[in-house]
Design a protein around this ligand. Structure first.
Ligand SMILES: [Ca+2]
Ligand SMILES: [Ca+2]
Length: 91
């Protein structure tokens, strides 16, 4: 992360590193989503979620509007709050 090797992480270095991390996560997320979304309708149904034990286990928590389908938005929101919790507990 300390790209100019001056021993401290500048605000720019930090935001560049964060952006790279978010881009990478977003690519991974899209890939994971399309793998789970077997019929390609943009939603993960309960059946489709079975390929991923974590998804299947937390299906009801992630399905915020309880329509029986996980949208990208619902998954993203879940991942984001999981990451926030991780940050909080790291402190
Ligand atoms: Ca689907
Ligand atoms: Ca839903």
């Amino acid at each position: 992360m300390d790209t100019n090797k001056n021993g401290s992480i500048s605000r720019t270095e930090f935001s560049v590193a964060m952006k790279a991390r978010l881009d990478r996560q977003s690519t991974l997320f899209d890939r994971a989503f399309s793998v789970a979304d077997a019929n390609g309708d943009g939603y993960i149904s309960r059946d489709e979620a079975k390929v991923n034990p974590q998804l299947a286990e937390h299906f009801d928590e992630i399905d915020a509007d309880h329509d029986g389908q996980l949208s990208k938005q619902e998954l993203r929101a879940t991942i984001r709050s999981a990451q926030l919790n991780e940050l909080k507990s790291a402190r």
